[in-house]
Design a protein around this ligand. Structure first.
Ligand SMILES: NC(=O)C1=CN([C@@H]2O[C@H](COP(=O)(O)OP(=O)(O)OC[C@H]3O[C@@H](n4cnc5c(N)ncnc54)[C@H](O)[C@@H]3O)[C@@H](O)[C@H]2O)C=CC1
Ligand SMILES: O=C(O)C(=O)Cc1ccc(O)cc1
Length: 362
């Protein structure tokens, strides 16, 4: 998928954000950090107060200047109606939304006389929380942000929305709305549902079994812990793309079951090798190529200041940490920190930390 064309900055504001929750408030914070005026609207006065208190923008009063761009950041079920409302209320403004599914809202909005001013978009960033309290100016830093012009979107609208993504530190990527929905079914929606199915098998497991939970099960189930409210709206909105992938997974599951039943190791190897290929196909950080990484595991005793001391030691060794995971079992007097680093630096990091007194393994 090509990067969207880069042209001179035309987004100067004001930007009006409708829906000052996690996404809306995070966009507001990122834009305010770039000096752009942000106007906030929300049905929930508490969320509006929290978002403006955090510095994400100023609640609308009716006397502010007309916005250059309206960003709709409301829950999926309300997107189409609010996008239409924005096109009507602000006849000079460009309008975008940050919804997780693009074709459904577009089908409703497509009939609007001014639909050329609308260009959909979708930042691929979030947290497990909703609402503005966990909003962050850096939520979108280095993340992909799909920009999804439809057949009659004006080029200037596409440009302004692309610049919105760039101003927040994200990487804009151009997609048609339908192609976008197929892509996120594969990279976000089905992975979320699979995590829910695996995590669901844990809900009524005997406590003794759960005591053996390690980092693997936490990795595979992490996203299933998010508030189901938004997913209850996302999944039906992208039903056909999700159902097509679930059909393929059902066939894979049948093949896996028969491989296990018949003890067919070649078939089993095929399933596992396919999984390895899939993990390697995910692009690296900032959309770059995947660089081979390896992990160093460090035992960190449960005493104040130990984590800071570990990171200071890693810094002194001069190895860039690509990722960090901390597995802290409250039942044990310490945690395990996994430092993910470039494969070529792993020996050096492990031996340097060992020399500094850390209990290390690879
Ligand atoms: N949370 C995530 O990880 C991501 C969410 N999205 C999309 O972003 C959108 C917003 O999601 P979040 O910020 O997580 O939700 P949220 O629940 O944190 O925020 C939504 C806000 O919209 C307000 N709202 C609801 N209806 C409204 C209306 N008619 N007019 C004005 N305000 C209204 C709510 O009061 C709330 O403050 C959703 O469409 C979601 O699909 C996109 C990427 C990631
Ligand atoms: O799924 C992911 O990768 C996330 O980081 C969270 C998320 C949830 C919903 C979206 O529409 C986009 C991103």
């Amino acid at each position: 998928m090509p990067d969207v064309d880069r042209r001179p900055v035309a987004l100067v504001g004001p930007v009006r954000i409708v829906g000052a929750g996690l996404l809306g408030a995070s966009i507001g914070l990122a834009l305010r950090a770039r000096g752009i005026d942000v106007q906030l609207e929300d049905l929930d006065p508490a969320n509006l107060r929290t978002a403006s208190g955090l510095g994400a923008g100023v609640p609308v009063t009716g006397s502010e200047p007309e916005p250059q761009l309206v960003v709709v950041a409301v829950p999926p079920d309300h997107l189409a109606r609010v996008i239409e409302g924005a096109l009507e209320a602000h006849p000079q403004a460009f309008v975008t939304d940050v919804g997780s599914v693009k074709s459904g809202p577009l089908a409703t909005v497509a009939e609007h006389a001014d639909v050329a001013r609308y260009c959909g978009s979708h930042p691929m960033a979030g947290t497990q929380h909703t609402g503005p309290l966990t909003a962050s100016a850096t939520l979108f830093e280095g993340r992909p942000w799909a920009v999804t012009p439809h057949a009659t979107t004006s080029p200037v609208a596409t440009q302004v929305v692309t610049e919105l993504a760039e101003l927040t530190g994200a990487m804009p990527l151009a997609f048609g709305p339908d192609e976008h929905d197929l892509a996120v079914a594969r990279t976000s929606h089905v992975p979320h549902l699979m995590a829910a199915l695996v995590a669901g098998r844990l809900a009524d497991a005997p406590e003794g079994h759960l005591a053996l939970s390690g980092p693997g099960v936490r990795d595979v189930t992490r996203v299933a812990g998010t508030d189901p409210g938004m997913w209850l709206q996302i999944v039906p909105a992208n039903a056909s793309a999700i159902l097509a992938l679930l059909g393929q997974i059902r066939a894979d599951l049948d093949r896996l079951e028969s491989a296990i039943e018949s003890g067919d190791r070649d078939a089993l190897r095929g399933v596992l090798a396919n999984g390895v290929a899939g993990t390697r196909a995910i692009p690296g950080k900032h959309g770059g190529p995947v660089r081979p990484t390896s992990s160093v595991f460090v035992h960190v005793p449960d005493q104040p200041g130990n984590l800071a001391r570990l990171f200071a030691d890693v810094d002194a060794v001069g190895v860039n940490v690509e990722d960090v995971r901390i597995d802290h079992d409250p039942a044990r007097a310490g945690g395990q920190v996994e430092l993910v680093v470039d494969e070529t630096r792993v020996e050096e990091l492990a031996s340097s930390l060992d020399a500094r007194g850390w209990a290390v393994h690879q």
